[in-house]
Design a protein around this ligand. Structure first.
Ligand code: MD6
Ligand code: FE
Length: 208
């Protein structure tokens, strides 16, 4: 079982987002990746289709009471995988990260699992489908490096980017909760954590 590093330095602040670099050590990353493997054995990853009919390059699954789904019917939170199976509980290893960095007493009820294979990306978007937008979103990176772009409260304008590495944790809360953000690209093969390569991103929220 790995550890969450006692942070010597405060997190990097970037446009109101807190970037905790290297928060999860290698053993912790490996344990968490295995916990996620167990989840997706029950609720397999799939590439969501946007309401406009385009297949996303990222593959998704979820854990917790609610999972984010997208299909021809639109974006929404759902208590079940498209197969009808309820999402498995959020692994304890992942809940510990929320406890450490979120500043919230309330636990998250949703853990979205995004898998980026070679060439996958995520366009600029805001996370605004949750019932209450006062709770932060906590994001965990596992596997290959990813170029994370942070924009503004409206679409467009100047942006700043940061490379996220395996074990990094980002907290998006307060004034920054509704900033546009996205993943431009990953450096496929930069990490050995996942057997088939790629990057896992876990986002924890209070969705319901
Ligand atoms: C990703 N992250 O890192 C995509 N959303 O793959 C997100 O979309 C995100 O990192 C809300 C808060 C933090 C995030
Ligand atoms: Fe997001």
């Amino acid at each position: 079982m790995g550890k969450l590093t006692e942070e010597a330095a405060p997190p990097l602040q970037l446009r109101g987002l807190a970037v905790h670099a290297g928060l999860i050590d290698e053993a912790g990353q490996a344990a968490m990746a295995e916990d996620i493997r167990q989840v997706v054995r029950v609720v397999p990853m799939r590439a969501p289709v946007t309401p406009s009919g385009r297949k996303m390059s990222v593959r998704m699954s979820a854990a917790g009471d609610l999972g984010w789904v997208s299909d021809a019917g639109g974006y929404r939170y759902s208590a079940r995988h498209h197969s009808g199976i309820p999402w498995p509980p959020i692994p304890a290893s992942v809940l510990r990260v929320w406890e450490l960095v979120s500043g919230c007493r309330r636990p998250p009820d949703s853990c979205l699992i995004n898998l980026y294979g070679e060439g996958a990306r995520m366009g600029m978007h805001r996370d605004a489908d949750e019932a209450c937008l006062d709770w932060p979103v906590v994001s965990v990176s596992l596997g290959d490096d990813a170029l994370f772009r942070i924009g503004n409260l409206q679409r467009g304008g100047r942006t700043e980017s940061v490379w996220l590495h395996s074990g990094d944790v980002v907290v998006m809360g307060g004034e920054a909760r509704l900033r546009y953000h996205g993943i431009d690209r990953i450096r496929f093969g930069s990490s050995k954590l996942l057997c088939n390569g790629g990057r896992l991103n876990l986002t924890l929220r209070v969705a319901g």
